[in-house]
Ligand binder design. Sequence first.
Ligand SMILES: Cc1cc2nc3c(=O)[nH]c(=O)nc-3n(C[C@H](O)[C@H](O)[C@H](O)COP(=O)(O)OP(=O)(O)OC[C@H]3O[C@@H](n4cnc5c(N)ncnc54)[C@H](O)[C@@H]3O)c2cc1C
Ligand code: SF4
Length: 485
Amino acid sequence: MALETDPARLAGEHFDVVIVGTGFGSAFFLHRLLRENGGRILVLEWGQRHDHQWQMENEANSALPHQDTYRSQNPKPWNYTIGFGGGTNCWFAQTPRFHPSDFRLKSLYGVGADWPISYDDLEPYYGQAESIMSVSGDPDMAAVMPRSTPFPQPAHHPTTPDRAMKAARPSEHFIMPTARARVAANGRGACCASLRCQLCPADAKFTINNGMTDIFDDPRVTLVLGAQVRTLEADASSVSSAVFDLDGKDVAVTGDLFVLGANAIQSPAILKRSAMDGPLVGRGLHESYGTYVEAMLDGMDNFDGSTITTGLNFGLYDGAFRSDYGAALVYFENRWTHGLRAERGRHRQILPMMIVTEELVNDDDRVEIDEDGVARVHYGGPSSYTKKGQSEALAKLPKLLEPLPVEDIQFRRERPTESHLQGTLRMGADPASSVIDADMIHHRYRNLVVVGSSTFTTCSCANPSLTVAALSMRAADRLASRSRA
Ligand SMILES: Cc1cc2nc3c(=O)[nH]c(=O)nc-3n(C[C@H](O)[C@H](O)[C@H](O)COP(=O)(O)OP(=O)(O)OC[C@H]3O[C@@H](n4cnc5c(N)ncnc54)[C@H](O)[C@@H]3O)c2cc1C
Ligand code: SF4
């Protein structure tokens, strides 16, 4: 890995491409970029590199607590990792694709907005990202999310409740797609369902550390760790340089192309510190909304699957109701988050579930910066749209679970966060209602590409990172075909 740590050697240097961050958005962009000439590439990462052993020994994903990197007057946590590999370190590796309707919310249901690209535009890149991460999945999912390539790994072993659901509702209930390896591959162990994926002892889930360091070893790439990008400098239509803090010194480098892949809080903070903040920069911070529910089962044991979450149910996902309340995904769990059943001989006759509902984007939920330049989150709480999605899902759950011997369904609690910060530099066709275009290029600064979950137009209830990766690969591909033309 070509590491550069000397501020004096970097100051004033010129690069063909300057990339901010090493998480999902930045790394998958770099991966695709390196298939082209790419030129001289500088990657600036705020955190340090903490390998798997360091993370296990220190029971942490990073030495830099993310809570110290933003402020908020609302107690809701916004979770992320500042460090080499970004969110690939802390994620749980759930990898559903977005539903085709997610990209057309406005035209189908009259709420939210349409993305400037469709599911079909993204489909080949979903396949490429799944291949890089060795995603395991259920081929039957193609009925809902059409696919041109098979899942790279076979599906995980479902639990007994999953098998019953899948037999009764084959077009709705699927085995969870995940980058937690079903079979050992590419240096990763097989997932053994030890159930603490934020710090996976088996190193079974995909991370940049275990699956993508080769791109940072490329001789064209210089990686600078401990480099907090403070500002970009730009004229009316293009960015000329990036200024970052390295060892307490401000360093400026110039470049031809800039790729902004800090997360959905830090990326808008960088643009705001740079006075590159149009009316929508930082606006629309959002994530889906989740709850925990459990079903007591009569005579059916759970927890015989091969990974933490084994089932994904789309029975409450799509339909005309989305003009009124949010879609819901029901995750079937192979982990006993709330403990086992107490009755003798019935410990495993319980089905924990997560219900996650889609949210509408609200521009009042936003990222600003304080006078000292630190990001500040303003957040007003989940909307009535997503809350109604939850209450409708709860009301419909008995019917959805009819294939199972359910005795009782108990609401456990709200989830404080889905750890999916999104939407502060949104994609769209119209500069009046978005920050970047369909190719993820800033509407105004035409040599600035924005990657990562900050770019999401709307809030699907599916987990975001596979879509982040696919969008990045598509953006790099579009850029390459544009420069070849
Ligand atoms: C506990 C947890 C579990 C999760 N589980 C899942 C899951 O199962 N499935 C799923 O799809 N998603 C999951 N996520 C969400 C996932 O991590 C994010 O969706 C994803 O990381 C977003 O990608 P990104 O590129 O926008 O940001 P990141 O991956 O966070 O990358 C941002 C990068 O920028 C760097 N950076 C930030 N600011 C600066 C700066 N000023 N200068 C230089 N570098 C900077 C960061 O250090 C980081 O490397 C989970 C998140 C958490 C916290
Ligand atoms: S279930 Fe266990 S082995 Fe599998 S990815 Fe999570 S922590 Fe790792």
